[in-house]
Ligand binder design. Sequence first.
Ligand SMILES: [Zn+2]
Length: 125
Amino acid sequence: MLLQRLPGQQADDEDWQRDVFLGETVSEKELLELTAMELLHRLFHEEDVRLFEPEPFSFRCSCSSERIESMLRGLGYDEVQSILEEQGRVSVDCEFCKQNYTYDAVDVEGLFAASDQPEVPQTRH
Ligand SMILES: [Zn+2]
């Protein structure tokens, strides 16, 4: 069990100390056998208790081919071309989810052709 004091709440230290003290009285048996609501009620029945809907926990990586492509564009055409020459392709592994993104010469051309980076406007004198 983890007790956490939320920012922006004006509960005074005395209340918080009491909650910590009550929290420490919880037994292993109670943690294993009681539901969250029963446990909250048993420990903190003098408090105004509110139970939030549990959120399912899952891993989601935010990587996407768009992100990798914009990262490659950020490296610049010459840099990506030199990787192509060295390795025959450009291979990027997401360090979080291990998803692999591979680009061959044709992909790389398309990547930079499709670049929507604004052209530097030509100024006329
Ligand atoms: Zn990823």
